[in-house]
Design a binder for this molecule. Structure first.
Ligand SMILES: Nc1nc2c(ncn2[C@@H]2O[C@H](COP(=O)(O)OP(=O)(O)OP(=O)(O)O)[C@@H](O)[C@H]2O)c(=O)[nH]1
Ligand SMILES: [Mg+2]
Ligand SMILES: [Zn+2]
Length: 313
């Protein structure tokens, strides 16, 4: 991928053009222009906050190496989370696939995976579960169960290793020709997977880390990489926890496809599947049709969404 470092070349103020945000740093961002070159952009004022995947309007600034970003074009979708004050923080925009990575080291928190999957459902985009570090041996019992749960409800799952390259062709097959965000806990191997799949990503990350003075091994910014064959993948910083920003508790069930599927059979149309009588969801959990862990995940996210809604109102 062409990457031109900001230079001290004198530039004339240019006409506004569309650009793609390929990386965000605290004050600056990397944007890709129509001709494929990449330049550093900064914001005009603080009213807009572009994220990786955004299409923006930008123009060259006379006698400065940086470009000025003036506007964000309408987004197709947003992956977001509530910030500490309960406001919505957008992480990336305009994506086609949420690829959630987990591993047995560090031990997987499957509730986090469920929440990313819920975010994908609510955004109406596809999702994929990647179980990395297969070279470490057989998966733990809890991971086996969780992976089987996901497969049962129709999510694609890929077991692979960024260390040995095992099954990475299969992973690549899922990622090509679209815009994917790779998410998951810190240390599960998100960047390693991208480095394996995109040969010069490691070197470019190192260069950017030097340029920005930021660490190399832990990803601190979202960053987009392109496959030569088409398609892009966004590496994102690992999380300790994640929850989607959900406008109303009523929407939480939509984030769990197997719960959403059973909900029409509940006695009450507005059943929250907690203590209501004749709840088809709870019946399905009791007979093992719906995974008890996924149901617990739903209850936890519902409680969180309720808390956020109460704080907000
Ligand atoms: N054994 C084994 N180790 C791996 C594999 N993939 C990554 N690692 C190691 O796991 C550690 C974390 O890898 P990263 O790629 O930095 O993980 P990350 O998910 O990008 O982490 P953050 O950027 O902090 O979110 C590194 O020491 C990698 O060498 C794998 O498939 N097998
Ligand atoms: Mg990383
Ligand atoms: Zn119900």
């Amino acid at each position: 991928m062409p990457y031109s470092r900001p230079t001290s070349t004198v530039q004339c103020a240019g006409v506004t053009q569309h650009a793609l945000v390929t990386a965000t740093f605290s004050q600056r961002m990397r944007i890709r222009l129509d001709d494929g070159s990449e330049v550093t952009g900064r914001l005009k004022g603080k009213k807009i906050r572009p994220v990786c995947g955004d299409l923006v309007e930008a123009r060259a600034i006379a006698n400065e190496p940086e470009w000025l970003i003036t506007k964000i074009l309408p987004r197709r979708n947003e992956l977001s989370r509530p910030d500490r004050r309960g406001r919505i923080e957008v992480l990336v925009a305009n994506i086609d696939l949420v690829s959630v990575v987990a591993a047995d080291a560090p031990a997987a928190d499957w509730f986090i995976v469920d929440r990313y999957l819920a975010a994908a459902e609510l955004m109406d985009v596809s999702a994929l579960v990647v179980f990395n570090k297969s070279d470490l041996g057989a998966a733990s019992e809890s991971s086996e169960t969780a992976l089987a749960d996901f497969a049962k409800i129709g999510y694609a799952t890929v077991r692979c290793s960024a260390k040995t390259g095992d099954n990475l062709n299969e992973l690549k097959r899922h990622l090509c020709e679209q815009t994917t965000i790779i998410v998951g806990q810190s240390g599960v191997g998100k960047s390693s997977l991208i480095n394996y799949l995109i040969k010069d990503a490691d070197q470019q990350t190192a260069e950017l880390s030097r340029a920005t003075g930021e660490g190399r091994h832990t990803t601190v910014n979202s960053m987009m990489w392109s496959f030569p064959e088409g398609g892009v993948v966004i590496d994102s910083p690992g999380v300790r926890d994640y929850a989607p920003a959900i406008e109303s508790p009523d929407l939480v069930a939509r984030g769990f496809r197997e719960i959403d599927e059973h909900a029409p059979d509940c006695r009450f149309a507005n059943c929250r599947h907690l203590r209501e009588p004749d709840c088809a969801v709870k019946s399905a959990v009791e007979i093992g049709e719906i995974s008890a862990r996924r149901y617990e995940s739903y209850r936890r996210l519902l409680a969180l969404a309720q808390k956020l809604a109460d704080n907000y109102n």
